[in-house]
Write a protein that binds this ligand. Structure first.
Ligand code: SF4
Ligand code: SF4
Length: 321
């Protein structure tokens, strides 16, 4: 039996469309895999509205959004790219609108609220929609914020699901593709939803620090430090924020396993974190706070002494521990 169709509405607010571009580069699974039902249990997904890649335009394009707002496009997952501006700060104008009604622009936040009320799940794609991201950086003239701030941290979809944040500037295409596929499988009862951290990020992706996943971490432990870009050692002195950022990109790579910031000589700028791009992640080349490095060194000394003690004990007692 064909599974029930699940529609996707992709709404863009204050965004640069980088998350769309990144999503189009996902390969495991790709957008085509998702739309063609790469596994039978995840078949029947349709992308009904995406302003950048859909064919219709103008009023014709908005029909799917309007149907979803009226509750006539059931069930649908709402994917949000971009931050939500505060229209109260726009004076007589507006910051961001999608379409109009009787000549009146319909603001992004109005659309977002109506759609969120009807969606079975809301997924924030990228740091702007998760936490405000670049538009939210100081002095934040438009009052930009993430969807979770806008709807409320305790907000739940009509299916009882909290907002799922998949941050990244841009979002990692495969993070998003995986989370969308995972959400569909969960909605159909094949899986449970991914466990989320306090910032509603899936823990299996964002549960470890960049430093934990960095191919240069061994060199860091060995005291080998880069003093200029292009050197193959730890880039802590060049401003790397890996110790205070959460993401698996250096281990996973960015596209087809290639790339991933610190893996290819770029410092981590903490793009998946709620405070990004402000302190302690900005300015990007400023060194991360020393506390992490001091604490890690102390842990390293304790672990080293423990390893030596175990070997000594082995010899002394003559048994393997
Ligand atoms: S500080 Fe940055 S470059 Fe150095 S090991 Fe940690 S994540 Fe890698
Ligand atoms: S390694 Fe750092 S800068 Fe790169 S994607 Fe992850 S959090 Fe963002």
């Amino acid at each position: 039996m064909e599974p029930e169709k699940i529609h996707v509405i992709w709404l863009s607010g204050q965004a640069c469309t980088g998350c769309t571009v990144s999503f189009l580069n996902a390969t495991h699974p790709s957008l085509v895999d998702i739309l063609t039902g790469f596994i039978p249990q995840a078949a029947g997904i349709t992308l009904d509205y995406h302003q950048t890649i859909m064919l219709p335009w103008g009023e014709e394009a908005l029909k799917a959004v309007e149907a979803a707002e009226r509750g006539e496009l059931e069930p649908f997952v709402l994917v949000v790219e971009g931050a939500v501006p505060d229209e109260d700060k726009a004076g007589e104008g507006y910051w961001c609108a999608i379409g109009e009604e009787n000549g009146r622009p319909i603001t992004f936040s109005e659309r977002l609220k109506k759609l969120a009320d009807k969606a079975i799940a809301v997924v924030a794609a990228g740091t702007c929609s998760s936490f405000g991201g670049i538009p939210h950086g100081k002095p934040n003239p438009t009052g930009a914020r993430g969807v979770m701030d806008f709807l409320g941290r305790d907000w739940r979809s009509k299916a009882g699901i909290p907002i799922i944040n998949v941050p990244g500037c841009p979002v990692h295409g495969e993070h998003l593709a995986e989370v969308l596929a995972h959400a569909v499988l969960a909605l159909r009862g094949y899986l449970s939803l991914p466990e989320l951290d306090e910032w509603h990020r899936p823990k299996y992706i964002f549960g470890q620090t960049v430093h934990d996943n960095c191919p240069r971490a061994g060199l860091y432990s060995d005291g080998k430090t880069s003093h200029a870009f292009g050197e193959p050692y730890c880039m802590g002195l060049l401003g790397c924020k890996g110790p205070i950022s959460h993401c698996d990109a250096p281990k996973r790579g960015f596209i087809e396993g290639v790339g991933g910031c610190t893996a290819i000589g770029g410092i981590c700028i903490g793009c998946t974190e709620p405070e990004f791009p402000d302190e302690p992640y900005g300015p990007f080349l400023k060194k991360a706070p020393a506390t992490f490095f001091i604490a890690e060194k102390i842990r390293g000394i304790i672990a080293g002494l423990d390893a030596v003690w175990h070997r000594f004990e082995e010899k002394l007692v003559g048994r393997k521990l």
